[in-house]
Design a protein around this ligand. Sequence first.
Ligand SMILES: NC(=O)c1ccc[n+]([C@@H]2O[C@H](COP(=O)([O-])OP(=O)(O)OC[C@H]3O[C@@H](n4cnc5c(N)ncnc54)[C@H](O)[C@@H]3O)[C@@H](O)[C@H]2O)c1
Length: 323
Amino acid sequence: MQVLVTGGAGFLGRRLAARLLERGFLAGADGRQQPIERLVLLDVVAADGFADPRVQVIAGDITDPAVLAQAIGAETMAIFHLAAIVSGQAEADFDLGMRINLDGPRRLLDRCRAVGHRPRVVFTSSVAVYGGDLPAEVQDDTAVRPQSSYGAQKAIGELLLTDYSRKGFVDGRVLRLPTISVRPGRPNKAASSFASGIIREPLNGEAAVCPVPPATRLWLLSPRKAIEALIAGHDLSAEQLGDSRTINLPGVSVSAADMVAALARVAGEAAARVRWEEDAAITRIVGSWPGAWNTSRAEALGLSGDQDFDAIVRAYVEDDLGA
Ligand SMILES: NC(=O)c1ccc[n+]([C@@H]2O[C@H](COP(=O)([O-])OP(=O)(O)OC[C@H]3O[C@@H](n4cnc5c(N)ncnc54)[C@H](O)[C@@H]3O)[C@@H](O)[C@H]2O)c1
């Protein structure tokens, strides 16, 4: 089978690609595992560094119909749609966010409809669809009231995927990802970038600023578990999903203070490198997201999160620091 990962040069896209190549199989339309013969990595940035002959790299814009026509054909049976503009950037540049996060998925789905082969499409949504007056524990079907343009674009994308699935154009599934931590590399423009920075920078011997009050709760998942969930979510059958194609992925609910305490447990004095300095804009966006959600449906479907935040810090040390 042919598999497409959009955003294939990004943080999760690269890891997903590496894991798919290692695994070698994915569920086909009939639910049986089929070998991955070709893995197409589409991104505006060329996804370099994959020496595997199964990999085809396309450098192009997801909103360009010619690029989509090159990336999706009748043999493309699995699509992981990860290409997006992150929350802080979509808030700062409204037009860019609308173009990539809204026109992008719509054009991708229209390409699938035009080909007419009903591929499985995994859409990565986010905690940012929620907001406003939230219950203590959010359910998969709690009303979405996004408080950012990114959240609104993701919520609309969810509805599009659901309707294209209802019409039989694709077999879609929406996985709402917690904030992924710990992300290696440099800070990005996501409002939640600090959720990685306050762990990563101190472990690298650098100072870090936490821009939200210590009691702010976050809903977190390690990259390792996120990739596992994307693949397991893909492999669920349409029957298992039933009427609702949207699943809140399991995560761990921690406060910013809990995160720094976990860092102290795993890495001792590194935690002293975190400074608290509130940023009102980040606090407003992150504070509108739920700090916990009920994931009994995901768990019943076999999807799991990390044991606790200490395990997330240890996963970063093992996977990214090579210790
Ligand atoms: N990382 C998180 O904490 C998190 C949480 C919730 C949801 N998500 C979602 O998961 C997905 C992957 O996130 P990530 O952390 O890997 O983000 P990322 O920014 O690292 O990767 C996104 C990729 O999309 C590419 N891209 C942007 N515009 C494009 C375009 N016009 N055409 C083609 N490619 C384009 C970027 O070049 C980038 O490589 C995104 O949809 C994101 O919204 C991530």
